[in-house]
Design a protein around this ligand. Structure first.
Ligand SMILES: Cc1cc2nc3c(=O)[nH]c(=O)nc-3n(C[C@H](O)[C@H](O)[C@H](O)COP(=O)(O)OP(=O)(O)OC[C@H]3O[C@@H](n4cnc5c(N)ncnc54)[C@H](O)[C@@H]3O)c2cc1C
Length: 446
């Protein structure tokens, strides 16, 4: 492809080994697809030039945000990678809305909105992910049981379609494109600009870690607090201990002094065995992974393979499924620094057309976040097999994936995943990005 020259753009075109190697890997360290070019667009015009050039020649293109995908979702062998973090920062708060370049990280969004006393209602646990990178999968966090996914807070998008057309879309304008882009795995266009609704930001976060010795007691309390919404944020972790597992409900109440959360109203009805609490500035709570990241970087674990799995389970299968999985999971299956998340969300809060969860009142996010070994590919292959087995089992029980996984999904798997929403996605893809050229690392081809 390099014998044809890309038209001049304001951004950069990189063909050096360093840039191509970076674009040929991601957080998962399991897939390595080397592109022919990396383009660092300066503007939406650059993105449109690249997509028109590529569409005319049948070249595949992948947009890349922070590169925190686990399994090559933002990679493209022999094609063009658009590094979306190079878009010129344009971050503007107007009323209760913020408009940002799509390659902005959630930390940068917060740095823009907090001086106005505002914040996005749902944030991911890790703030260094890009806005578009999480919007193509949904974006879930401890506030999802109140406010849905990050995609539910999107008001408007600017998108460059696979054919290079620049379109604005919202619930009112080009609604088919809007619905196909949010949680649509980047199949219909490249997001260049995002307008999000904001909510008032509190000053502080009171965070409780409630420990349980038994899985049923932990699940019962998670159900109760997610149903009645007494906390602003609820997640949970399953912690390996010497003789089995312990369960930690992580619950947060936001507050702005002099108002204080009432500990007895929040905790008295709960059946935990031990607790810890801390009170921090709101931003420090949201940015809590920064210290963990520094520690994991220092010990090298941050750079190891990450065969992560995220599935949604139904409420009526969660207890048995989790108990059986934990019985078969030890350090060899999880890695010394791996962890498992488990928390419910309320399905009635999820409004995004393509965000697929099991039926029922609650869906449970179950995430074995495994860490593999750079020296032992057969071990990593075994961890991937465990993911496939768990995915098949969850699916047979009515479960779904949360679509950021180290899993060799097929188009048939995706068709089953999207279910009734599939024809809409398929129609939009045929209309806006024909030819399977866009973000092929997501493995949806037809
Ligand atoms: C440490 C860590 C913590 C995480 N925590 C959470 C969490 O709390 N909640 C949660 O929901 N997820 C979480 N995730 C998963 C994460 O949200 C997804 O993997 C996300 O897709 C990564 O975003 P990214 O910016 O790194 O995008 P990338 O990995 O670069 O890209 C992801 C996908 O989006 C596409 N894409 C990127 N930019 C664009 C664009 N502008 N237009 C169209 N398509 C685009 C890519 O082609 C690719 O298919 C976490 C991941 C990690 C590694």
């Amino acid at each position: 492809m390099t014998d044809e020259i890309l038209p001049a753009i304001a951004g950069e075109i990189l063909t050096g080994d360093a840039a191509l190697s970076v674009a040929g890997q991601d957080w998962g360290k399991l897939i390595h697809a080397r592109p022919a070019l990396v383009v660092r667009p300066a503007s939406v015009t650059d993105v449109a030039v690249v997509l028109r050039f590529a569409a005319a020649r049948g070249l595949p293109v992948a947009a890349r945000g922070a590169g925190h995908s686990p399994y090559g979702q933002g990679q493209v062998e022999g094609g063009i990678v658009l590094d979306m973090t190079s878009l010129r920062p344009r971050r503007v708060v107007t009323g209760d809305l913020v408009s940002v370049d799509a390659g902005a990280r959630w930390r940068e969004v917060l740095e823009t909105t907090l001086p106005h006393g505002l914040a996005p209602p749902v944030l991911t646990d890790y703030l260094e992910l890009t806005v578009a990178g999480t919007l193509v999968v949904g974006g879930i966090g401890g506030a999802t049981h109140h406010h849905g996914t990050q995609t539910d807070g999107v008001v408007e998008l600017e998108v460059v379609t696979g054919t290079g057309e620049v379109l604005t879309c919202s619930r009112e304008t080009n609604a088919d494109l809007f619905d196909a882009v949010l949680a649509g795995l980047g199949q219909c266009g490249v997001i260049t600009r995002v307008t999000l609704r904001l909510t008032p930001a509190p000053a502080r976060a009171r965070r409780w870690k409630l420990y349980y010795d038994t899985l049923p007691a932990f699940l019962a309390d998670q159900r109760a607090v997610v149903r009645d919404g007494r906390f602003d944020y609820v997640e949970g972790q399953l912690i390996p201990v010497e003789d089995g597992w312990r369960y930690m409900l992580e619950a947060v109440a936001y507050h702005t002094p002099p108002a204080e959360p009432s500990e007895s109203a929040l905790l008295d009805s709960l059946e935990f065995d031990e607790s810890e609490d801390e009170d921090t500035a709101y931003f420090d709570f949201l940015n809590r992974m920064a210290d963990g990241e520094a520690a994991l970087r220092a010990m090298g674990s941050w750079f190891r393979p990450h065969p992560w799995l995220n599935v949604f389970l139904t409420d009526y299968t969660v207890e048995r499924f989790v108990a059986e999985t934990l019985a078969a999971t030890g350090e060899s299956e999880l890695g010394a620094t791996g962890l498992i998340l488990l928390y419910p969300v309320r399905n009635d809060r999820l409004k995004t057309a393509l965000f697929s969860v099991p039926p029922g009142e609650l869906s449970w996010l179950f995430s074995p976040l495994r860490v593999g070994s750079p020296e032992d590919p057969p071990h990593n292959a075994r961890l991937l097999e465990l993911n496939v087995d768990l995915y098949r089992k969850a699916r047979a029980l009515g479960g779904k994936v949360y679509p950021s996984n180290a899993l060799p999904m097929s188009t048939e798997d995706w068709r089953a995943h999207f279910g009734d929403a599939w024809p809409k996605l398929a129609d939009a893809k045929a209309r806006y990005a024909p030819g399977n050229l866009l973000n092929p690392g997501q493995r949806l081809h037809w």
